[in-house]
Design a protein around this ligand. Structure first.
Ligand code: HEM
Length: 404
């Protein structure tokens, strides 16, 4: 691909071999202009992606201080306006500060026992299975849903009810143009969440301490109304949305990576303290989120090209995490890798606020796997993947928990 070549995001060759495409882009086209008009550019080199994330003048809003017109003025619009990923400073800075105690060390220490119980119970259930099972269905989808429900104090049995409305809400949270029918569905879903989570919050009032994530947020709400009730509810729903899919994909990728690299699984079995490093390597090697958007906050030069204010920057997390300019042998899955500061959780002001919880989950899961499922094998070495550009994931992962 030559330097000025335009990139078609619909090109099937991108999905056919994503990492080969990213390598070509990093080498030959580090500012790839997206068809048809180049109003969007794709950045794939680690240094460029990190630089944009860390620049406080880059925005998540396409136009500074303006909300998309088609989100209307109903409950869906309230969700958009109060949602952390859609906010720029100073609103974002204020809310982020109020929300940060939810995953502070005190809250995390309190969470460990129930996160451990959920993961252990589900690993034990897998260990009981004779023959073949789909890891995505029987673990990958269940565990994150159970954890997200417990986090919000929702009954685990409600997971399907809570999850069902998310696709309808999604278009008001992302910058997807909305039809009136989609807006009506988004408003309906948003109202459902305000009612459903609102009821939970009311039932827990005065009963939770600051070591509980919801308790920590309610404290911020109660102390002089620093956090509004709507902000509290939108933030809690945001935890569910932001954690469910990413965690499902990360856990599935972890099992796939380890089972397809038996030498790395042996290292982990011999030294369970490698679990945190193994989780980081999974996130670097198969990042669950491939692209995150920002908008240029001002005109700037990059690799001899001018990027103008307002240009949408598609930042390639998975591409940056395989950049040979930053990582030695980036395509090698190496759980003992040193200096593994990957961008799977991004960097800067919007850095994933749930990263400490994700790391706790990874630590628990990867310590247990080689102990409780030492003979587990892949029964399909070529699992099917979905077609998505931003959130690629395995749609099934067939394993034999007791071996073949
Ligand atoms: C492996 C698991 C996870 C991955 C790969 C992941 C990845 C990400 C990414 C890429 C972002 C976007 C950051 C940006 O725009 O710069 C993000 C934001 C966020 N994540 Fe995670 N995440 C994970 C788990 C979680 C969990 C467990 C939670 C909470 C329960 C969570 C809550 C959030 C929230 C609230 C944001 C928005 C932060 C903000 O805009 O200030 N995530 N995450």
């Amino acid at each position: 691909m030559s330097a000025l070549e335009y990139l078609s995001l619909g090109d099937p060759t991108i999905r056919a071999d994503r990492f080969a495409t990213y390598r070509r882009l990093r080498d030959d086209n580090p500012i790839a202009r997206v068809e048809p008009d180049g109003a969007r550019v794709v950045l794939t080199r680690y240094a460029d992606v990190e630089r944009i994330f860390k620049d406080p003048l880059m925005r998540v809003q396409p136009k500074a201080g303006e909300y998309p017109a088609d989100i209307g003025s109903g409950p869906g619009a309230t969700f958009h306006k109060l949602s952390l990923p859609d906010m720029d400073p100073p609103t974002h800075t204020r809310l982020r500060k109020l929300v940060s105690p939810a995953f502070a060390p005190r809250a995390l220490a309190h969470m460990r026992s129930w996160v451990e119980r959920i993961i252990t119970d589900n690993v034990e259930a897998l260990a009981d299975v004779d023959g073949e099972v789909d890891f995505v269905e029987h673990f990958g989808m269940r565990v994150p849903a159970e954890i997200a429900c417990r986090l919000l104090h929702a009954p685990a049995a409600d997971a399907a009810t809570v999850l069902r409305r998310m696709p309808a809400l999604n278009p008001v949270l992302t910058h997807t143009p909305l039809t009136p029918r989609q807006l009506a569905a988004a408003d309906e879903a948003a109202q459902f969440y305000f009612d459903y989570i609102g009821e939970i919050v009311d039932s827990k009032r005065g009963k939770l301490g600051p070591e509980d994530p919801v308790g920590a947020l309610m404290l911020a709400e109660e102390e002089g109304g620093r956090l509004s009730r709507d902000e509290l509810i939108v933030t809690l729903v945001g935890f569910f949305i932001a954690s469910y899919h990413t965690t499902m994909v990360a856990m599935t990728n972890a099992v796939h990576a380890l089972l397809s690299h038996p030498d790395q699984m042996r290292l982990l079995a011999d030294d369970p303290d490698l679990a945190p490093a193994a989780w980081e390597e999974v996130l670097r090697w198969q990042s669950p989120v491939h692209f995150i958007s920002r908008y240029a906050g001002y005109d700037f030069e990059l690799h001899g090209a001018t990027i103008t204010e307002g240009t949408q920057l598609m930042l390639g997390l998975a591409a940056a995490n395989r950049d040979e300019r930053r990582f030695t042998d980036p395509d090698t899955f190496d759980i003992r890798r040193a200096n593994n500061r990957h961008l799977a959780f991004t960097a800067g002001g919007h850095y994933c606020i749930g990263a400490p919880l994700s790391r706790l989950e990874g630590d628990i899961l990867l310590r247990l796997l080689p102990q409780r499922l030492p003979a587990m094998t892949l029964t399909d070495s070529n699992p099917p993947w979905n077609d998505e550009l931003v959130f690629p994931s395995m749609t099934a992962l067939k394993v034999a928990p007791k071996g073949m």
